[in-house]
Ligand binder design. Structure first.
Ligand code: DGT
Ligand code: CA
Ligand code: CA
Ligand code: ZN
Length: 579
């Protein structure tokens, strides 16, 4: 049994924790953490990459880490990790993540009180045993207890989907921006970078008068309690258990703070190295000239980038995935925006499991400025959605043609299907039926837990059918709880490239599938993408921006997305594909 990418990343994270406990230099600890992050974001299997000698193409993986990965692939473990585990109880790494406990304290808890895991720490804190340790008091003990609770909650509830966190954050920010003291405001952190899931919500407000704004946040209706508060910042817990960090920034330092708190951490570290090469030390408070110690305040993010000699990098791509190099060489992508989108090619009506008629969906799309749409109800084998029999599919077409005529050219309405790829890999409609449709999506909704070979074979079957135009939500993940299918994505991309088919970025925030790193690879290979809402009701058409954010994170430019094409080009492309 060879280790999966995730297992290897987890081992690297544990190694980082243990090295940190041992007091290793930060640089070495971070190299393991960054490697773990990079591996989690790598779309190809490490064992496949190792076979062709491509491990070192992963960011943060150099010769040493490459050898460690090879060792894990070959032996199923890492000797260095086993040695560390013999030295340090593995449970101690959890304690390290309790807020209020750092590596030094964790080590002392173990050596002086024999505390080796989170459960024992909780017991000791509840029994009031921690305060006896030198440098600790009842207050620290209380903070540690709260830290444990928070960590436990995080472990059970996990991260928050972007689609849940973003509207909450935006409404909190809107309320804060009503204050006369607030001159500027933004979400920051992973939320501003639009990661599919969010740890905590970071908000920034520019003001010279922090207190009223801090008090306002604490008083808002959906704030359960204030966790702590200082002169310029506060953390609160929302009724849904999520944490919000708010920081108030003097307006003349806004640019540096916004850049710092947007992250990612890896981007920041790399960016600061470049600043240093220019003799500038950058912190969240601004730049300082290394030689004279003179402060250089920056009020806008544009100035932050300009001072280090590069164009503005959009927040969605600040992950240290090559954006800094691209900026320096003036080859940043011209990222797609919502305005580039003309069409929505995936949606459902009352004919299957949608809530509105074809006519109502067409009007809803028209109201949102779409120029053409495809109605793609489910196919016959997905009984639970009232999928269409062949007979009903043909009647469906009649009604769609009728609505298309009624719309008088204000919006074009085409006939498609979201066809099941059944559990044995056959397609739900025969070719002679598919021929009659304007556009064909094929998707997996069942058998997602099948072994890799089987589930991959099914999707390849669909890709290789010349009537299929698009694979819907290819990986089948549901955010935050359902892992993607175990697809061989190398094989999927190769087949897609060969057949000329498009792959979807499903904009529904529970899907965001393909995710950014896969979308980026598709674009690099010249595979067309399609960003669609998969709307089952009118309101879901408004979720398109999540698909755009995801595409932007994947460096996607408008030309790669068929929804940005003119109607003529779209039809020509779809017709060439087997009809
Ligand atoms: P999350 O909350 O887990 O989804 O991820 P982020 O990226 O929002 O992380 P968070 O909330 O811990 O911190 C917000 C930003 O602040 C982060 O993206 C970069 C910056 N930051 C936080 N800690 C550090 C650090 O230790 N070093 C550097 N350079 N930047 C940091
Ligand atoms: Ca955050
Ligand atoms: Ca935070
Ligand atoms: Zn659908």
């Amino acid at each position: 049994m060879t280790l999966s990418n995730r297992e290897i990343a987890n081992i690297f994270d544990s190694v980082a924790d243990m090295l940190e406990l041992k007091g290793e230099i930060v640089h070495r600890v971070l190299s393991y953490r960054h490697a773990a992050d990079a591996i989690r974001e790598t779309p190809r299997s490490l064992s496949a990459m190792a076979e062709v000698g491509e491990l070192k193409t992963i960011p943060s993986i150099g010769k040493t880490l490459e050898e460690k990965i090879q060792e894990m692939l070959a032996t199923g473990t890492l000797q260095m990790y086993e040695n560390l585990k013999a030295e340090i109880p593995p449970g101690l790494t959890e304690i390290l993540h309790v807020s209020g406990v750092g590596p030094k304290r964790a080590l002392r808890l173990w050596k002086e009180l024999g505390i080796a895991d989170l459960g024992q720490l909780k017991e000791a804190a509840e029994a009031g045993k921690l305060r006896a340790m030198s440098g600790m008091g009842a207050k620290t003990e209380q903070r540690i207890l709260e830290g444990i609770e928070q960590l436990e909650k995080l472990k059970t509830e996990g991260r928050t989907p972007l689609g849940v966190a973003l509207p909450i954050a935006q409404s909190l920010l809107d309320l804060l921006m009503e204050m006369p003291q607030a001159v500027n405001g933004s979400v920051a952190g992973s939320l501003r970078r639009a990661r599919p899931t969010i740890g905590d919500i970071d908000l920034l407000v520019a003001s010279d008068d922090p207190q009223p704004i801090i008090e306002r946040l604490g008083s808002l209706a959906n704030v359960a309690r204030v966790l702590w508060t200082g002169p310029e910042k506060t953390s609160v817990e929302l009724l849904n258990g999520k944490q919000v960090d708010l920081l108030i920034i003097p307006p003349d330092r806004w640019g540096a703070a916004l850049h710092h708190f947007t992250g990612s951490q890896a981007h920041n570290i790399h960016f600061r190295e470049l600043a240093l090469e220019k003799g500038l030390s950058l912190s969240e408070r601004g730049f300082k000239r290394v030689d004279t110690g003179e402060e250089v305040l920056v009020a806008t993010e544009e100035e932050v980038f300009a001072l280090v000699g590069m164009p503005y990098i959009p927040p969605e791509i600040r992950e240290d995935w090559g954006e800094i190099e691209a900026a320096l060489e003036n080859r940043l992508p011209d990222l797609i925006t919502l305005d580039d989108m003309h069409a929505d090619l995936h949606m459902h009506t009352t004919w299957s499991d949608g809530t509105l008629s074809i006519r109502e969906m067409a009007n809803a799309a028209l109201a949102r400025g779409r120029k053409f749409i495809v109605i793609t109800d489910h196919s016959r084998s997905l009984g639970i959605t009232n999928g269409l029999s062949i007979e009903r599919l043909l009647a469906h077409q009649q009604e769609i043609r009728q609505v298309d005529r009624e719309m008088g050219g204000k919006i074009r309405v085409f006939h498609g299907t979201e066809m099941e790829i059944t559990a044995d890999g056959t397609l739900d409609y025969p070719d002679e039926v598919l021929e009659k449709l304007d556009f064909v999506i094929a998707s997996l909704h069942t058998g997602l837990r099948q072994p890799r070979e089987q589930v991959t074979m099914r999707i390849l079957n669909a890709i290789n059918n010349p009537h299929v135009d698009l694979i819907g939500h290819p990986r089948g993940q549901l955010i935050p709880n359902r892992e993607p299918a175990d697809l061989d994505m190398d094989a999927v991309f190769q087949a897609a490239k060969a057949s000329g088919i498009a792959l979807e970025i499903n904009a529904n925030p529970h899907r965001l599938d393909l995710e950014a790193q896969y979308a980026r690879r598709a674009v690099e290979m010249g595979i067309p993408l399609s960003i669609n809402t998969d709307a089952h009701r009118a309101g879901e058409m408004d979720l398109l921006h999540y698909g755009i954010l995801t595409a932007r994170r994947g460096w996607v430019e408008p030309a790669s997305v068929i929804n940005t094409w003119s109607l003529e080009r779209f039809l020509e492309w779809a017709q060439k594909r087997g009809r």
